[in-house]
Write a protein that binds this ligand. Structure first.
Ligand code: URA
Length: 444
């Protein structure tokens, strides 16, 4: 087989065979296919798509590129959640410790920032000492001990996703249903999840701005995830404005620590986290009703047990606990700039894509594969859609270690806000829930 033939066949819209897909992943992992040829193929897949059979084959080949976690000694139901990516989406940091505190096992393999969206791994690694690179033995031991481990793809588990994910991030090939499906589901099958809640986002800050694209992705994920033996539900959720008030790695960890320590936090982040924690517990069969699962999740958060669990997980993964217990000890970004409102009124619109790009230009994400992340970079949104504003009120603060980064990010952050005289119409945060039984509008 030859990679150039495979690229040109896919470019012409042909279906790749099972043997071709397996060969391709093996060759890429062993370094015999270079990144530039893989990029050409990813771009061909981006434009031509893949059949369901090809997507399943790609997912299985990616799983087979490494080992699977052996969680057979763990008796608790194994459940995970995964988001297709958004701006300020830090829900995993809240729901993983909540669910683990309530008797389920959460084996979570997450990803790094992808395109303009943030990644759980980058957020966790902003905590000094926190390692997301555990051996599979330690992964299983930690889940048995405390109910949860938070890791990334590695040489041992889904190495194909680790390499392809990093390449897609910087080659404009993120927005592809088969590539996203194989990327997410390969991680979830390999980690040993039995059930999976997916947060499939639509809106300007999502990978798919239009709800139709997000719905097609959700249906594909549910169908293929079920075919691979997991119980999968997906929520379609709005990502038109950033979730919560912080965007940027440490800033987002800090926002979660504050919520787990008893601060109310922003309504959208809290609500989506509670819904997702409750659905995970229900999917895992731990609670018979959504209402009882949600009540348990709320109590775990308000009692401080979620924070204790997060600190326990972080301790086992090598974190410096002093900044988790006293977040004020974390070093501040060297430079900050606050943008204030020029007029009074209401925030009519807050564009998540513009904020996500501003965060990357501030240093919170990567423009090239080898770029380092600035953990302290990002934005704090003082005002969100629908909030009232007086002229002169601070609306957003930008943080970075490199003052020159303000040149591109300040105009973007300023333009992300639209102020006007009327309160804007509210759009629902959660649109619907999709399972094998079909789609139903979201109501609690
Ligand atoms: N999350 C993933 O793990 N992979 C994608 O491609 C998108 C979101």
């Amino acid at each position: 087989m030859h990679i150039i033939d495979i690229i040109t066949r896919k470019q012409a819209g042909s279906e790749l065979s099972h043997a071709e897909i397996n060969w391709l992943i093996k060759e890429y992992i062993s370094g015999r296919i270079p990144d530039y040829q893989m990029t050409a193929l990813l771009m061909a897949i981006y434009f031509q798509g893949m059949s369901r059979r090809e997507t399943v084959d790609l997912t299985l080949a990616m799983i087979a590129s490494g080992s699977r976690a052996d969680l057979s000694a763990i008796r608790r139901p194994k459940v995970d959640k995964h988001s297709t990516g958004g701006v300020g989406d830090k829900v995993s940091l809240l729901v993983a410790p909540i669910a683990a505190s309530l008797g389920v096992a959460v084996p979570m393999i997450s990803g790094r920032g992808l395109g303009h969206t943030g990644g759980t791994l980058d957020k966790l690694e902003s905590i000094p000492g926190f390692t997301t690179n555990l051996s599979l033995d330690r992964f299983a031991e930690q889940i048995a001990a405390v109910g949860c481990a938070l890791i990334g793809q590695s040489d041992e588990i889904v190495p194909a996703d680790q390499k392809i994910y990093a390449l897609r991030d910087v080659t404009g090939t993120v927005r592809s249903i088969p590539l996203i499906t194989a990327s997410i589901l390969s991680k979830k099958v390999a980690e040993g999840a039995e059930s999976l809640l997916l947060d499939v986002k639509f809106g300007r800050g999502a990978v798919f701005a239009e709800v139709e694209g997000a719905r097609e992705l959700a249906i594909n994920l549910v169908a293929i995830g079920s075919e691979l033996g997991m119980k999968v539900h997906a929520l379609l959720t709005n990502m038109d404005q950033p979730l919560g008030c912080a965007v940027g790695n440490w800033l987002e960890v800090r926002e979660c620590l504050d919520i787990m320590a008893g601060k109310p936090g922003s309504d959208d982040l809290r609500e989506l986290s509670m819904v997702q924690a409750a659905l995970m517990l229900q999917l895992a069969g731990k609670y018979a009703s959504y209402t009882s699962a949600r009540q348990a999740a709320e109590e775990t958060l308000s009692s401080g047990r979620a924070l204790e669990k997060f600190i326990e997980i972080a301790r086992l993964q090598g974190a410096n606990l002093s900044v988790l217990e006293k977040p004020d000890l974390y070093p501040q970004a060297e430079h900050c700039q606050t943008i204030s409102a020029m007029t009074s009124g209401y925030v009519q619109d807050l564009n998540a894509l513009a904020i996500g790009k501003a965060a990357i230009y501030l240093g919170a994400g990567r423009l090239r594969k080898e770029d380092d992340i600035d953990n302290t970079a990002g934005l704090i949104l003082h005002k969100k859609r629908g909030d009232s504003v007086q002229a002169g009120d601070p609306i957003v603060t930008l943080y970075t270690s490199q003052e020159a980064n303000f040149a591109e990010s300040i105009p973007l952050a300023t333009a992300a806000y639209q102020l006007g005289a009327q309160t804007p119409r509210r759009s629902p945060l959660i649109l619907s829930e999709i399972s094998e039984a079909g789609e139903k509008p979201w109501t609690e």
